[in-house]
Design a binder for this molecule. Structure first.
Ligand SMILES: [Zn+2]
Length: 167
């Protein structure tokens, strides 16, 4: 089980993604835009944030950049739809997204991308320092900058900072 924040302005999409992830056993936090997402994250940190790239108030890419900068412990998956999905998602990956979803997508694709970002459904991947589970993310400090690493998911609470290279 992981804590997953879903940020999407489309209520149907938000509910569908949320329900799917709840059915898969995760705790889900929903937000309608980037500002609400940041506020929710502050009170209830998540292991993974799923961010839609078209949203009012705070543009999706801006939200993604903000999460990657301010909350480096969280794994990010970006969602985007036709017609500019390919371009948007490739920018999202440069800004720190570890997984992408082209809308519309199948439920099994959502499950697979989430499972990969969370270190696999077995949850067997453990932090070398504290034993908590690890999430896949893009490193922004140290010798691994820009590369995919497994990072400890408790960073926000304990500042554990456990990290290791993707094998
Ligand atoms: Zn740790």
């Amino acid at each position: 089980m992981a804590r997953i924040l879903v940020i999407d302005d489309d209520p149907d999409m938000r509910a569908m993604v949320g329900q799917t992830l709840k059915s898969a056993g995760h705790k889900v936090i929903l937000a309608a835009d980037g500002r609400e997402g940041v506020a929710r994250y502050r009170t209830s940190p998540a292991d993974l944030a799923i961010i839609d790239l078209y949203m009012p108030n705070q543009e999706g890419l801006e939200t993604l950049r903000e999460f990657h900068t301010r909350f480096p412990e969280v794994a990010i998956v970006a969602m985007s739809g036709w017609p500019t999905a390919a371009t948007m998602l490739s920018i999202a990956q440069k800004l720190g997204a570890i997984g992408v979803l082209h809308k519309p997508f199948f439920i099994k694709e959502l499950i697979a991308v989430v499972a990969q970002a969370l270190g696999g459904q077995s949850q067997a991947r453990r932090c070398p320092r504290c034993g908590s589970h690890m999430v896949l993310r893009r490193a922004k400090t140290g010798q691994h900058v820009g590369r995919k690493v497994w990072g400890c998911s408790t960073f926000a609470k304990t500042k554990c900072g456990g990290m290791r290279e993707v094998d």
